[in-house]
Design a protein around this ligand. Structure first.
Ligand code: KG4
Ligand code: ZN
Length: 336
């Protein structure tokens, strides 16, 4: 039906989610079934368990999303689904569900890049937000700096040359035996620590590039921990967390400021799981305010993986006439 109602499906990692969104920005439902309890005891997402859980959860989650939105399959204009990046087993579950619905209803199938979904959660949260703007996308798998001259297209300014920022958070937390996922735990520990206690490196900070690198920082943290242990000295976890997080925030902030000045934009948006980091938001907000630049980010519920953001991108693709075929396959390593 030509009413701008898009069903979104997301199953790329450890959340099974379905949502109904009207005209890209109005969320009628956004059901997220998290599997995090099933994976926590393994210290990370176990792909085989994730695939099996997605199979179990996809139908009830879809049913709930339609029920909450008070719509039926017949009301939908199109179905949007994450086809990458992510775990192949999980992606295939979402893609199979989306194809079935698209075929049964004879509506368009819209293949969506998960990372683009994270970005568009901003346009759900801030209804009047328009380009031009700079976007920092920081998640467990990606660290990208983008320039949107207008909505619907973007230019990649820079990306990580090795580890993603979230990956570094998770690895540091794992070595410190803090739990999983590491980002929020480190974030909450930081208040008790001294960010100047340990002088960790700020990779590429002085270079004239938009790129990032986090593997050197991660190695420096691991080396510090090993050295302390060899010397029999205790590790102050809060100081370490605060010093590590300060290094990450310094690098991310510097890149955004450089892009804002060079592209002369008045708005910055954040996307991805690391965008919920409290220090990153606070420091960026303060620095950007000095330049008269607004900072926008989605509320925590939209920062984590969810299908509403997938449906939102889907609407803009739908309007532009972008369509997928029934031979759509999962692309685990898909990039922006
Ligand atoms: O976007 P996301 O939910 O999943 C994908 O990677 O697609 O991002 C998850 C990442 C994890 O690495 C997690 O540790 C990190 O985001 N994260 C945080 C915070 N909340 C989540 N990192 C730093 N501070 C946080 N508050
Ligand atoms: Zn994600």
């Amino acid at each position: 039906m030509e009413n701008g109602l898009i069903l979104g499906i997301e199953s790329s990692c450890d959340e099974t989610s379905a949502a109904v969104v009207k005209e890209g920005r109005e969320v009628l439902s956004n059901v997220v079934a998290s599997q995090v309890d099933w994976h926590r005891k393994f210290g990370g997402v176990v792909p085989e368990i994730a695939s099996r859980k997605h199979v179990e959860l996809i139908n009830p989650v879809l049913e709930q999303a339609l029920k909450e939105a008070e719509v039926s399959f017949e009301d939908l204009s199109a179905v949007a689904v994450t086809y990458g990046p992510g775990l192949v087993g999980g992606l295939l579950v979402g893609i199979a569900a989306a194809k079935s619905i698209a075929y049964a209803q004879q509506i368009p199938l819209l293949p969506i890049n998960h990372i683009e979904g994270h970005i568009y959660s901003n346009f759900i949260a801030h209804k009047d937000l328009e380009a031009p703007l700079v976007c920092l996308t920081v998640s467990g798998g990606h660290t990208d700096l983008l320039y949107f001259k207008e909505l619907g297209t973007y230019q990649i300014l820079g990306r990580t040359r090795d580890d993603a920022a979230g990956e570094a958070f998770d690895k540091v937390a794992k070595v410190l035996e803090l739990g999983y996922p590491g980002g929020p735990i480190i974030d909450s520990l930081v208040g008790e620590g001294d960010p100047t206690a340990i002088d960790f490196p700020r990779p590429l900070l002085t270079e004239d590039t938009y790129d990032f690198s986090f593997s050197g920082l991660k190695t420096a943290v691991l080396n510090y921990i090993n050295n302390q242990q060899q010397r029999g000295e205790e590790i102050n976890k809060a100081d370490l967390a605060a010093s590590f997080q300060q290094a990450v925030v310094d690098v991310l902030t510097a890149r955004v400021i450089k892009a804002v000045k060079e592209k002369k934009v008045g708005k910055v948006i954040l996307a991805g799981g690391v965008a919920s980091n409290s220090q990153l938001k606070a420091e960026l907000e303060a620095k950007l305010a000095g330049l008269d630049v607004g900072l926008y980010y989605p509320p925590p519920k939209l920062c984590t993986d969810n299908a509403a953001m997938i449906a939102s991108v889907g609407y803009y693709h739908y309007q532009q006439g972008i369509r997928g075929d029934y031979d759509l396959n999962a692309e685990p390593n898909l990039r922006l």
